[in-house]
Design a protein around this ligand. Structure first.
Ligand code: GTP
Ligand code: MG
Length: 443
């Protein structure tokens, strides 16, 4: 889901990261790109405007900092803002030793009945004893629909052929308690035209059965209208959480996710398909991370900072002046190792040159070889690699169990890294280093 906005935002980030300098024009372009993508995902205009203004003004005031950290900053700012507009993290964990009743409300066709079955399966898997109640007396065949779905997830469905939805819900509750169930999901009716009477019925239902949680189900394809719908329900009933459905194949999903959260209610689940397994706990941070393609970018940035901090000032100065030795090279490789597998890093940092997995594999295999080669070097050689001639190369290769070509390649990589270090104003793991390594890996 959200493939388009995902691609668009990642392209915007890549464009920024590939810039040599992050000047005012680059920041403005980045912000414009983001605006366009979010608007296309149907995120509310005002939300998009506020979000981009905030990112822009922060980046413009922080422009004096080094280019790379500004790029990082741009990504974290975007990530933080996206998390913010989707509301905070929330989760439901009903107690297992007590009865817990969930009331599903929402307008016609929003996906309540389908979601009831999904939720039943979700909780059954977690070990709850689940019962479903069909408290919909309006929709023809409402019971049959839920019964079929209930059967498919091996969950019993309660229903009565009477003209009182509140009574059905209450009777069902009593029935399931007597059957030892500890989690009851009540599916209700949805009506399109008479929203007022629907809201009234839901309020009466709530008062009578006092659910532990009222979940409002919103159709994700309605985009920004989600805001008014969520607000109307939140005013009448005790909406404790939101469910946004039909996020599969809609370009408007961003509207529902952000508009719904804007009402102050937390999105607990999203659903992206008609099958009973198409249910997902919603986490704004995970979601934003996925959209921006960064896995856990915060963790990564922390690690990068940690790695940076580990180079002491004296070493940094020496390397920057071009006096790097093999020990320093070892430390650099070590730090890259700490960042985790290269493929992961590349995924986490959008904008790094796109690299084939195979190429990265080569780099990683090389790293292993290089470590062996470095082990086979003497202290003198490490401090001054210039003394390494053909006979030393032969000896080192034999000691490390590699070919002489491998040793030459490693020395080559070292020379390249030395050059980069000399030119880099600030020492860090950056795309230049990775590019160099790629080159070495494929040679
Ligand atoms: N593509 C897609 N379709 C969905 C999803 N959830 C529900 N649907 C479909 O949407 C239609 C309406 O779903 P229902 O679960 O019957 O909706 P409802 O809220 O119970 O509707 P009423 O009972 O009439 O108020 C059905 O055809 C579902 O299969 C989803 O996440 N993705
Ligand atoms: Mg229904």
């Amino acid at each position: 889901m959200f493939e388009r906005v995902k691609e668009g935002l990642q392209a915007a980030i890549r464009k920024l990261i590939e810039k040599d300098v992050v000047d005012e024009a680059a920041i403005k372009e980045f912000v414009r790109d983001i605006q366009r993508e979010l608007l296309q995902a149907d995120v509310n205009v005002k939300i998009v405007f506020d979000l981009s203004k905030s990112i822009e003004s922060k980046l413009l005031t922080e422009r004096t900092k080094s280019g790379v950290s500004l790029k990082e900053r741009a990504i974290t700012l975007l990530y933080d803002e996206m998390v913010k507009i989707m509301g905070n993290e929330a989760k439901i964990e009903p107690p297992q030793d007590k009865l817990y009743v969930i009331l599903l409300v929402g307008i016609q066709g929003s996906g309540k009945t389908t979601f009831a079955a999904k939720l039943a399966k979700y909780f059954t898997k977690k070990g709850y004893k689940v019962g479903l109640i069909c408290a919909d007396i309006y929709r023809p065949g409402a019971y049959e629909q839920l019964k079929t779905l209930g059967d498919s997830v091996s969950t019993e469905v309660f229903w009565e052929k009477i003209n009182d939805a509140v009574k059905i819900a209450n009777d069902g509750k009593g029935y399931f308690v007597s059957k030892g169930k500890n989690l009851i999901i009540v599916d209700t009716a949805g009506r399109h035209k008479e929203e007022r009477s629907l809201l009234d019925e839901m309020r009466r239902m709530e008062e009578s059965i006092s659910p532990d949680l009222t979940l409002l189900v919103i159709d994700g394809t309605i985009g920004q209208q989600a805001y008014n719908q969520a607000l109307a329900f939140a005013k009448t009933t005790k909406v404790g959480g939101l469910v946004v459905t039909k996020l599969d194949g809609t370009a408007k999903g961003g509207g529902a996710l952000t508009a719904a959260a804007a009402t102050g209610s937390k999105i607990l689940f999203v659903s992206n398909g008609e099958r009973v397994d198409d249910i997902e706990e919603f986490s704004p941070t995970r979601f934003a991370g996925r959209i921006l393609g960064m896995g856990d970018i915060k963790g990564l940035i922390e690690k990068v900072k940690l790695a940076e901090a580990e180079i002491d000032q004296a070493t940094a100065k020496r390397m920057a002046s071009g006096k790097m030795n093999i020990y320093d090279f070892e430390v650099q490789l070590e730090q890259m190792g700490k960042l985790g597998p290269l493929q992961k890093i590349v995924e986490m940092l959008p904008g790094l040159p796109r690299v084939e997995e195979e190429q990265l594999g080569k780099v990683e295999r090389n790293m292993k070889k290089w470590k062996a080669i470095m082990k086979s070097m003497t202290k003198g050689e490490k401090l001054d690699p210039n003394i390494i001639g053909a006979s030393r190369i032969r000896r080192i290769a034999r000691g490390a169990g590699v070919t002489e070509k491998d040793v030459k390649e490693m020395l080559n990589a070292f020379e390249q890294m030395k050059k980069i270090m000399k030119s880099a104003k600030k020492l860090r793991f950056n795309k230049d280093i990775l590019k160099q390594l790629q080159g070495v890996g494929t040679s």
